[in-house]
Design a protein around this ligand. Structure first.
Ligand code: GAR
Length: 199
C-alpha cells in the first residue's frame, strides 16, 4: 500500500501492548502503518523478544550508560531519524520524555495509559500503581486512554478511551489484566490505525 507510515514502538517491560500491535498488523486491523522499529530502555524487556519473534528491528538505549536525559533522548531521536519514523508509540514505556523531545514530534507520539484520564494519571502513576490507586479510591469504573503526548505527562489530546468495570474482590493484578484485555489491547491498535490513516 502506498504511503504506509513507519511506526516505532518504545517499550520497557513485558510488551503485551506491543504484541497487540503486532497481532493487529498481521490481522490487517493496522494497514496504514508498519511497525519498523522497537526501542527499549531496558535490555531485559521481554518486549524485545516479542519484536524479534516478529522480525522487527530492535534497539536498546540506556540512560545510565549515556549519562543524561538529553543524551538518552538524542540517541532515540537519531534512531527515529535513521529509520525515517512517522509515528512513535509509547507502549508501556516507563520514562518521561522532555519537552524538547515531545515538541519535536507534535501529534506524532501516542501513549496508552491504564486509566480514564484525567483520573489516576500524571507523574508517579504508571503500571500497577495506577490500578492500586483506583482500588484504594474505590471507583467502580476505570479503563484505558490513548492520547497524543505533549509536555504535560498524560496531558495531551485524547484519541480514544474505553471503560472497564471494577468487580468485587479485584486485586491490582486482576484489574490490570482486565483493563489490558478489555481496553488497552483494543483501543491502542485502533488508535494507531486512525492516526496513521489520517496523517
Ligand atoms: C500497560 O498497562 C500500560 O498501559 C502501562 O504499563 C503497562 C505496560 O504493559 N503504561 C503506563 O502506566 C504508562 N504511564 P505491557 O508492557 O505489557 O504493554
Amino acid at each position: 500500500m502506498a504511503n504506509v507510515k513507519k511506526i516505532a514502538v518504545l517499550v520497557s517491560g513485558g510488551g503485551t501492548n506491543l504484541q497487540a500491535l503486532i497481532d493487529a498488523e498481521k490481522a490487517g486491523i493496522i494497514n496504514s502503518g508498519k511497525i519498523s522499529l522497537v526501542i527499549s530502555n531496558n535490555a531485559g524487556a521481554y518486549a524485545l523478544e516479542r519484536a524479534k519473534n516478529a522480525d522487527i528491528d530492535t534497539a536498546v538505549v540506556l540512560k545510565r550508560q549515556l549519562g543524561s536525559q538529553e543524551a538518552f533522548e538524542d540517541a532515540i531521536m537519531k534512531l527515529l531519524s535513521d529509520y525515517e519514523i512517522d509515528v512513535i508509540v509509547l507502549a508501556g514505556f516507563m520514562s518521561i520524555l522532555s519537552e524538547r523531545f515531545t515538541s519535536s514530534y507534535p501529534r506524532r507520539i501516542i501513549n496508552v495509559h491504564p486509566s480514564l484520564i484525567p483520573s489516576f494519571c500524571g507523574k508517579g502513576f504508571y503500571g500497577l500503581r495506577v490500578h492500586e490507586a483506583a482500588l484504594e479510591f474505590g471507583v467502580k469504573v476505570t479503563g484505558a486512554t490513548v492520547h497524543f503526548v505533549n509536555e504535560i505527562p498524560d496531558g495531551g489530546e485524547i484519541i480514544m478511551q474505553k471503560a472497564v468495570y471494577i468487580e468485587d474482590g479485584d486485586t491490582p493484578e486482576v484489574l490490570q489484566r482486565r483493563v489490558m484485555e478489555e481496553a488497552e489491547w483494543k483501543i491502542l491498535p485502533a488508535s494507531v490505525e486512525k492516526v496513521c490513516a489520517e496523517m
